[in-house]
Design a protein around this ligand. Structure first.
Ligand code: PMV
Length: 322
């Protein structure tokens, strides 16, 4: 029996999104992306390889998982890299609403990559960890890092990984997540992006535009320009969602409550409170703002939703061992 290893990784929210793969199996994206890691949402995962086990045993929030193919496939990759054949017991605690567009797969696979690789005797550096996490879920590649991180698309397994852009974050920035739906999404990001790549007539324009948006956000981080960062993140999110609307069949991650938040943000802005919105593959909306406006925004949103649906986050830290 080997020692158990526990790692904590935080979720990240893309400011310019990854949407579409060049290689489905290796998860090589068609475009680079940039994100902010959040302190409020994270996953703690403990991995222990145990000689007596005849298969991997996986618990999520103390519940035995039966639908665990993605995790077993991932553990097979770790075993192959480490040259071992032992199975593992895995305990994962998600401090994130699972599969509702709050990137639980990002923190989940980043924490699993860190804990499993170390428990298997591998000593990976950040880039190697980022490449490994990518094989579980694309967005996980950025959750190895704290603060702002950029996933460089690369063109194969060796060259596709994330790097730190800025950590600690210099910008005064907060994200307010409005948790509108905790249940797993109907169309996974994996399925959704495949339909967009194959059928949206706007997909090529997306690639060109998102590359420009990424450069704009990178410069905004360098120049500490919150307005340009927020504005571009909001536009980029809408541009990604327009791919879902223009696919065949079309599909929609947003629901009525998402639209309510979007309108509220636009109204707040009209009234001089600077804030922007971004959404991922689910109905939840994240509001990007600065610390001085947090209380006015929370007040406005709490007129529309319960307080326990509103979570304020600061920039979060990189993956660490507990
Ligand atoms: O890595 P996945 O399969 O969870 O896909 C992430 C897709 C988005 O969250 C919508 C965008 C992104 O870059 O995180």
């Amino acid at each position: 029996m080997n020692h158990p290893i526990t790692a904590r990784a935080h979720t990240n929210i893309a400011l310019t999104k990854y949407w579409g793969k060049k290689n489905e199996q290796l998860i090589i994206p068609n475009n680079s992306s940039i994100s902010l890691t959040l302190d409020e949402f994270y996953t703690d995962t403990t991995v222990q390889f145990i000689d007596e086990l005849s298969n991997d045993v996986i618990y999520l929030n103390d519940k035995l998982l039966s639908d665990n193919n993605k995790i077993i496939k991932f553990m097979d990759i770790v075993r192959e890299k480490a040259g071992i054949s032992t199975f593992a017991e895995i305990h994962s605690y998600n401090h994130v609403p699972t599969s509702a567009g709050l990137a639980s797969s990002a923190s989940g696979f980043a924490a699993l990559a860190a804990a499993a690789s170390k428990a298997a005797g591998l000593d990976l550096n950040e880039i190697e960890l980022s490449r490994l996490a990518r094989l579980g879920s694309g967005s996980a590649t950025r959750s190895i890092y704290g603060g702002f991180a950029k996933w460089k698309k690369g063109n194969d397994d060796k060259t596709s990984y994330a790097v730190s852009v800025q950590d600690p974050v210099k910008m005064d920035i907060r994200m307010i997540a409005i948790v509108l739906n905790n249940s797993p999404k109907k169309i996974s990001s994996r399925e959704g992006m495949k339909i967009s790549v194959e059928t949206s007539p706007y997909y090529e324009s997306w690639i060109k535009q998102t590359n420009d948006d990424l450069k704009t956000v990178e410069n905004a981080i360098k120049d500490n320009n919150f307005t340009i960062l927020g504005k571009t993140a909001e536009l980029n999110s809408m541009r990604m969602h327009s791919l879902t609307l223009s696919s065949d069949p079309s599909y929609l991650y947003l629901n009525n409550d998402s639209l309510t938040v979007i309108h509220a943000v636009k109204n707040l802005r009209k009234n001089g409170i600077e804030c922007y919105f971004t959404m991922d593959a689910g109905p939840n909306v994240k509001i990007i703002c600065q610390s001085n406006n947090v209380s006015s925004i929370v007040k406005k949103i709490s007129n529309l939703f319960n307080n326990n649906q509103i979570k304020v986050s600061k920039p979060g830290s990189k993956v660490k061992y507990l």
